[in-house]
Design a binder for this molecule. Sequence first.
Ligand SMILES: Nc1nc2c(ncn2[C@@H]2O[C@H](COP(=O)(O)OP(=O)(O)OP(=O)(O)O)[C@@H](O)[C@H]2O)c(=O)[nH]1
Ligand SMILES: [Mg+2]
Length: 360
Amino acid sequence: MQIGLVGLQYSGKTTLFNTLTKTDETDSTAQPDKANLAVVKVPDDRLDKATEIFKPPKKVNATIEVYDIPGLRVSEDGKVKITPDFLNNVKNNDALFYVIRQFSNDAVPHPENSIDPLRDILFLETEFLLADMALLETRKERLEKDLQKSKNEQAKKELPLIQKCLTHIEKELPLRLLEFDDSEKKLLSSYQFLTLKPLVVAVNFDEDSADKVDSILEEIKKEFDKYSITLIPFFARFEYELSRMNDEEALAFMEDFGIKESALNKILRISYHVLGLQSFLTVGEDECRAWTIRKNTTAQEAAGVIHTDFYNKFIRAEVVHYDDFLHYGSFQKCKEAGVWRLEGKEYIVKDGDILSIRHS
Ligand SMILES: Nc1nc2c(ncn2[C@@H]2O[C@H](COP(=O)(O)OP(=O)(O)OP(=O)(O)O)[C@@H](O)[C@H]2O)c(=O)[nH]1
Ligand SMILES: [Mg+2]
């Protein structure tokens, strides 16, 4: 699973990346064209608690990859332009985070020389719509040609789907608003349409404008409600400082500023949700571990995430929900209470299930 940080130059992407990954990649003022990729641990209270109980030498969090893409800058004609390199970088992500600038900082001028989050979001959405439209049109022509030549079964199936997407996108609406059935989703998955990717719009405020957060978000919501986006306000500079502190200092700092959850936690939690992901746990004295799965994953598929052998040789899954485990305190007590179960391969795993796979 990979999240791409996307935006205009100097919107705070690398600052956010450094916060999320606890790395120190040079900010864009020193190395303008460098993209950064890192694996981030997904914070998980349940896993922490399970580790306290079982005391294994090893704790393994679920992970997510974050890709920091160099922002769009002004080209020679004085306008901000989309480039093929940029589009290629954006394509390879499972979800997009638009990092939108709301902070002022004269040392790093906004490429449009003014702060206007609505304009910047609209710019990205429009460019991505146009890129998808061009791809759909090319594909449509290709399929029509194929069908003229022969009775290509694949093309016969795909053409109405491409047409459905084109009709929608010509109304200037992103593809993520369309409903698709499973076979359509499969056909679409090879294209990497940009407006089909789940989207989070992260607006980067400075501490001085904290009192403006609600009104600015409200304005954005009003304008983009129809686009089905998730909005997150954050304070890149401040959060970066916070991520360099030890836990105690950070907690005191957050209390002072009235912040309940760090951006790191909030962003990862929301991304998980937007991506339709959840986790299950495996616990024991050797290792406690959180595993990432999509919603509606079966017990056999979940077993396959641990090891392909577990998928192939799956017999049954022992299942207890984390909440029940915590409530009763041990597997034995869960058995006595009837909340410990043996489930077959079609069982749909729930977020927070503790699994143990029986295999041959
Ligand atoms: N005052 C202030 N400065 C910020 C904030 N966020 C980022 N900056 C500064 O703005 C400059 C650019 O930030 P980056 O995070 O490198 O921006 P970027 O989006 O990665 O830029 P590109 O990679 O060029 O697209 C850095 O010098 C940051 O310190 C903020 O919230 N407040
Ligand atoms: Mg950068």
